[in-house]
Design a protein. Structure first.
Lengths: 295, 283
């Protein structure tokens, strides 16, 4: 009896916490995204109001319509998704061989190599982005090196470009790609590859026909772990990006802090969430398919 | 038979080459950051060979009141967050694997994963809107500051703790607990004497993970901190928007050294423990 009471609290405490601080905030964002901006504190119209002797709901889809009609938001969304997609691809191309090499390394080396991958991730995210400012500046180290080598005669504009944002994102999220890939590649059965080699398959054939298909869950997990935060990224474009090319995270923050238009910021957040939810659902499906195939 | 399998292949050579290149990519920026923290000049990337190396920026760091205040707030927030997140995340992990009615368990598992995949900016925005509304309706939380940051960070971090603890619990040998119960120990005794001691490495790594998440976060704090509280990342972020500053190099170097030390010791200890556990079996 005592046990079941304990077990009930074990569920109830985290459940109540999450309902209060995860689910309720979402409902708030959704409701506010349907509201309209007012000069008040908080700066939105009450959801329901007593106007001229009747209750009136102040909820409608105007903000979504506004976002749909204003080209700026569409551009910011598509730009963010494009940057996130390219960064994800770069992370995959760099991260896959790295994860592969670590999985192949002698056992006693592996935990140290993994540590070396994680270490930059544990040092502050902001400080890592900051390091790139020093490298990419007009009088930064990359330009100094290129000038000294005589490759260029005048410094290149590297900082505050799309390229800088891309580098920043790839640099910050590379470990998120490598770790799930490594976790997958490490479990592969070497016998499969040896059998294929004995049957005369070339290196490439073995990679394409065995290693890559087997590592699909790792690839998908790594890509999602990079793509989703990259699409909503706000710090990297603010520090490294062009001031005229806005990523949606920055647009959201500007709507909120600078314009104090909470309803529009809420609507942007809802749309971003829905856009990013789609690949998640696809991922769930692919995992289900995988486990069904396995059976 | 010739050794065709592994190691001697072009694929292995290519991937090792990429690994070296990848490590250069990961570490060159950090190394340059550290080197230039000893630069005397205010121009961060131009080496002033007459006066360098110098500890000038480390000294200025230690005399910067705003920075020290922000760092102290960050430490407090991170420690509180980590403790709260370990309690909540562990409860959630136990609930998911062992206890409770099925329906609330399904609800819990649906919600606990959400903070892991949500962009931080959405978490921050939604929590701020909640805090503002609650304050208007109930008068709580009165103003925003340390409390609201801790609540926001703990909500994010408990999801990570739950993942860590769950993976440990899944490989947990329950027969130990059952044996103790059969021998007449109360569930409470079993929890304190058996479950908890076996769980503590997972709890510790969960605590450290939560601490780091909180210590590092700028986006969520930016939303929920309110005008009067500034964590260390918030201070750094506002400073960076104005441009580079050699003080930040010095700060970064100290942070990196500290993290490398803690992680290095942790890995070394856990490897030594593994070896001690394995030795009697292998010989």
């Amino acid at each position: 009896m005592g046990r079941s009471r304990i077990s009930r609290w074990t569920v109830a405490i985290p459940l109540i916490w999450l309902l209060l601080f995860l689910a309720a905030p979402f409902v708030m964002v959704f409701l506010i995204s349907l509201s309209e901006v007012r000069l008040a504190m908080p700066p939105y119209a009450p959801f329901i109001e007593w106007v001229a002797d009747s209750w009136r709901w102040n909820l409608d889809a105007d903000n979504y319509l506004f976002i749909w009609q204003d080209g700026l938001y569409f551009e910011a969304f598509s730009y963010s998704l494009k940057v996130a997609a390219i960064a994800t691809l770069c992370c995959l191309l760099v991260g896959y061989p790295m994860a592969y090499a670590i999985a192949q390394a002698p056992e006693r080396w592996r935990s140290w190599l993994l540590l070396a991958i994680i270490l930059p991730f544990w040092t502050s995210f902001l400080l890592r982005v900051y390091a790139w400012i020093g490298l990419l500046k007009t009088d930064g180290l990359i330009n100094q090196a290129l000038l000294a080598l005589g490759v260029i005669t005048s410094p290149l504009q590297l900082l505050y470009t799309d390229f800088a944002v891309l580098i920043g994102i790839v640099y910050s999220y590379l470990p998120f790609m490598i770790l799930p890939l490594y976790a997958n590649l490490e479990r592969h059965d070497r016998l499969l590859l040896e059998a294929a080699a004995d049957l005369g398959a070339s290196t490439w054939t073995r990679f394409w026909r065995i290693t890559l298909p087997l590592s699909r869950p790792g690839v998908v997990a790594g890509c999602l772990l990079v793509f989703i935060p990259a699409a909503g990224e706000f710090v990297i474009p603010s520090l490294l990006g062009r001031s005229d090319q806005l990523m949606i995270g920055r647009v959201l923050a500007d709507e909120f802090f600078a314009n104090r238009d909470w309803p529009v910021a809420g609507a942007v957040a809802m749309i971003l969430l829905i856009v990013l939810l789609l690949p998640m659902v696809g991922f769930q499906k692919s995992i289900q398919r995988q486990s069904e195939d396995g059976v | 038979m010739s050794r065709r399998g592994y190691g001697s292949l072009a694929a292995g050579r290519f991937s090792r080459f990429m690994l070296v290149l990848g490590f250069l990519f990961l570490y060159l920026p950090i190394i340059s950051l550290i080197i230039f923290s000893f630069n005397y000049s205010r121009l961060v990337t131009v080496w002033d060979s007459a006066n360098s190396p110098s500890l000038r920026w480390y000294q200025e760091l230690l005399n910067n009141e705003a920075l020290l205040g922000a760092a102290w707030l960050s430490v407090q927030v991170a420690a509180l967050t980590a403790t709260l997140a370990v309690v909540l995340g562990t409860l959630a992990a136990f609930a998911l694997l062992r206890a409770g009615p099925l329906r609330s368990r399904a609800l819990l598992s649906a919600m606990i994963g959400a903070p892991l995949v949500m962009p931080e900016i959405i978490t921050g925005l939604s929590l701020l809107l909640l805090f503002v509304t609650l304050e208007q309706w109930l008068g709580w939380p009165a103003g925003r500051g340390m409390l609201t940051i801790v609540i926001a960070h703990a909500t994010l971090a408990m999801a990570y703790v739950a993942v860590v603890v769950q993976s440990r619990l899944a490989s947990f040998d329950r027969s130990l607990e059952e044996a103790a119960l059969d021998l007449g120990a109360t569930p409470t005794t079993v929890f304190w004497r058996i479950t908890l001691p076996l769980m503590w490495p997972a709890l510790l790594s969960g605590w450290l993970l939560a601490f780091t998440l909180s210590w590092d976060d700028v986006v969520i704090a930016q939303f929920v901190a309110g005008p009067n509280a500034s964590t260390l990342p918030m201070w750094v972020f506002s400073k960076l928007r104005l441009g580079v500053s050699p003080e930040i190099n010095a700060l970064a170097t100290l942070v990196i050294l500290f993290v490398a030390l803690v992680l290095g010791c942790g890995t070394w200890l856990s490897r030594r423990r593994e070896r001690q556990v394995q030795r009697p079996v292998s010989t």
